[in-house]
Design a protein around this ligand. Structure first.
Ligand code: COA
Length: 345
């Protein structure tokens, strides 16, 4: 049997504060009906001022370790909203979790960051670089959203999810069976924060509002999202030797319920095999897939070992998919206070 990486722990952290569609409709030119029918979102979570991506990542990462009953020897933190532009957030997160001087780095692939992190983690394990990588997807997306922009403010939310992996066999529950990654930089303007980087530093507060905040050309991105996630999912199905009808769990990046349904329809994955929590948490970018996994696992809705496809698409443009056996884990959820009370903080 071939060696691979196996998910052995699953953790999540959601901020307490819920922002409903009605609350947004009170201050933006939108409505609960528009948001629900166009996106599938009913509410999302938002951090209190002072809570950072690193705080959520510490709580979710520690939860994944508790779920596994084991420590990690490598940290990959997928995020679009690092605590600071420099340095990466992962080293501090690893330290605060109590992992000491483990290797740690951020993965910057926007909404595909968690899938990229999983694929890298598996490669690190099979190459013998580490034995138990912790992959965290964490976002305080509300920190980069213009609260007065109805195009984005209704979609995105905050949260974090994490998995611990260990070396194992492809036959085990939680085993990664096949992976696919891709990117198309021609679309780099479609989902972007234009300013604040080296191309347009905007020193001394010189950036106009639309260059400072996250912008997305939703209409342009929509078709790309459906096509890329469908093609990438087909690639991993083929590699894994699974027919679409064999797939018992499909968990896509929680970008938009209509996009997720279109991808699952194209693939031929049945209604009862589609799992996600977009209605409750919105689009949490790099955190969305591990949060959806934790939510589904907490409800015991999928039998361990079930053929599963994860797929994501987002800014870059970047996309990726993973075929795996559903893990045999009991997820742990911590609230953000955990990050402030854990031993190493
Ligand atoms: N409330 C009310 N009306 C809104 C609105 C809001 N929050 N946001 C946009 N509208 C309006 C638009 O201005 C437009 O009005 P017009 O027809 O007068 O021009 C109309 O609603 C339709 O806008 P459109 O952008 O075509 O809507 P849509 O059905 O494509 O839904 C998104 C918008 C963003 C939800 C959708 O395009 C989407 O999900 N795109 C992909 C997102 C994605 O996958 N991103 C990558 C990963 S994060």
């Amino acid at each position: 049997m071939t060696a691979t990486a196996v998910i052995c722990g699953l953790g999540a952290c959601l901020p307490q504060r819920t922002v409903t569609n009605e609350e947004l409709a009170g201050r933006l030119d939108t409505s609960d009906d528009w948001i629900r029918t166009r996106t599938g979102i009913a509410r999302r979570r938002m951090v209190e001022p002072g809570t950072s991506t690193g705080d959520l990542a510490v709580a979710a990462g520690a939860a994944a370790l508790e779920s596994a009953g084991a420590d990690a020897d490598f940290v990959l933190l997928a995020t679009t909203t690092p605590d600071r532009l420099c340095p990466g957030t992962a080293p501090e997160v690893g330290y605060r979790i109590g992992l000491g001087e483990v290797p740690a780095l951020d993965v910057s692939a926007v909404c595909s960051g968690f899938v990229y992190g999983l694929v890298l983690a598996r490669a690190l394990v099979t190459a013998g670089v580490c034995r138990r990588p912790l992959v965290i997807g964490a976002e305080v997306y509300t920190s980069i959203i213009d609260p007065s922009d109805r195009n984005t403010a209704v979609i995105f939310g905050d949260g974090a999810g994490a998995v611990l992996l260990r070396e194992g066999l492809v036959s085990e529950p939680g085993a990664i069976r096949a992976t696919d990654l891709g990117s198309d930089g021609r679309g780099s303007d479609m989902i972007a924060i234009a300013g604040g980087g080296s191309r347009e530093p905007g020193r001394d507060g010189a950036l106009p509002r639309d260059r400072r905040y996250f912008q997305m050309d939703g209409r342009m991105v929509y078709g790309q999202a459906v096509r890329r996630m469908t093609d990438s999912s087909r690639t991993v199905l083929e590699q894994a030797g699974w027919t679409p009808s064999a797939v018992g769990a499909f968990v896509g990046h929680q970008a938009n319920q209509r996009i997720l349904d279109a991808v699952a329809d194209h693939l031929g994955v049945g209604d009862r095999c589609r799992f996600g929590n977009i209605a409750e948490v919105g689009n949490t970018a790099a955190a969305s897939i591990p949060l959806a996994l934790a939510d589904t696992a907490a409800q015991g809705r999928v039998r361990p070992g079930t053929p599963t496809v994860l797929t994501a698409f987002g800014g870059g443009l970047a996309w990726g998919s993973v075929a795996l056996n559903w893990p045999d884990v009991v997820p742990v959820q911590h609230d953000v206070e955990h990050a402030h009370t854990s031993a190493a903080s």
